[in-house]
Design a protein around this ligand. Sequence first.
Ligand SMILES: Cc1cc2nc3c(=O)[nH]c(=O)nc-3n(C[C@H](O)[C@H](O)[C@H](O)COP(=O)(O)O)c2cc1C
Length: 188
Amino acid sequence: MKVLAIYGSPRKEGNTAKMLDTALSVFPEEAEIHRVYLGELNYSGCGPCRECKTTGDCVIDDDMQMVFKEMLWAEIIILGSPSQFSDVSADIKKLMERTWWMKGDLKNKIGGYVVTGRRYMESTLNTLHAFMLRHRMILGGSGALGLTFTEMGGLENDPLALRDAKNTGKRLVELYDLVYSGRLNQMG
Ligand SMILES: Cc1cc2nc3c(=O)[nH]c(=O)nc-3n(C[C@H](O)[C@H](O)[C@H](O)COP(=O)(O)O)c2cc1C
């Protein structure tokens, strides 16, 4: 089971990371988990070049090239994003833009997410759903939201958050079993 966790908050040990780590905590021991912290990387959003239209590849030479490799490697991709100005963080949005060249490469990978914030989170969810659906990923999870304010911590104010994060992890494992065990074929 190849799992890629993408941490989308600039705060490496913040609320979003805690939610994501909690989702990962229920994965079986044999799961190979790679972690990418976007806040530690240097990369831009999609540029003006449109080179991918002719070459089929993203030609921007920055840290996102490593993330592309990780995304292509993974069977399960989990994104963690704080809600920032009613949407995903800028780092997550830049990553999404940069995957424009990946026509069909993420198809049928299992995708999930965790989100933190306290209000105006609808667009954050829409953006995450749209990203995974447009890539024809299999969108799973339990829609885990952590109710947090701006300070570090805060998840303790939301007793359901970590439970929901675990449920997201469990659902992704369940979907993995369904898809990779061939049981899906048997269901016709
Ligand atoms: C620039 C910025 C914009 C934010 N906008 C929102 C928002 O629209 N809605 C919300 O509920 N929280 C908002 N927040 C609060 C964060 O979503 C919240 O503190 C989150 O838990 C931060 O996650 P972290 O601890 O992983 O960094 C914003 C925070 C920042 C820094």
